[in-house]
Design a protein around this ligand. Sequence first.
Ligand code: PNS
Length: 198
Amino acid sequence: MDGRPERAARVSSAARFPRVPPTARRCVCPGSFDPVTLGHLDVVLRAADLFDEVRVGVATNPAKTTLFTAAERVALVRAALDAAGDERSGRVVVEEVPQGLLVDHVRRVGARAVVKGLRGGTDYAYELPMALMNRHLADVETVFLAGDPALGHVSSSLVKEVARHGGDVAGLLPAPVHAALLERLAPKSEPSSTNEGR
Ligand code: PNS
């Protein structure tokens, strides 16, 4: 096997998609964002330094149960960007990724690149096969940004776990997201039964 059939399959698959004109520099930052953290926000804003427009793609993985609905996660990313007080936020679109392949969404919105943050080797091992697959499927490139080392310990899942046990995660989340997380995790008071009429 010299790999030629695979190469041909990749090229013919890529040829189905038009090249984005060089004037439109757009990327997609995909993820579950359940919820968005300061680490995500840092990567999204730094992606906006490199591209004219960043499209944050809030995806739903059917294999994962999320604390926030897709619409809530979109609203929280938008609220986090608005609260950041950063001019780059104005060039960031936040939207749901429809069910299906990420590359189809990337091409549909006129992008050719995905931007992902890497906190370390474990992230790289998780992301590399997806990056290779997305390139294989539709010539979609992945740009990896080194995550802010000060936020290397921050992940949505760890933040939720710590918050569930009452730990302080205020410094790890945008303020509106922190407030929404505390509200979502707050014990719900039972509807009070009254003795009225007895
Ligand atoms: O934040 P996550 O959960 O690690 O994000 C993973 C995500 C949503 C980017 C990835 O699962 C994805 O791209 N899903 C869309 C379906 C798809 O294209 N799968 C093949 C990826 S190579």
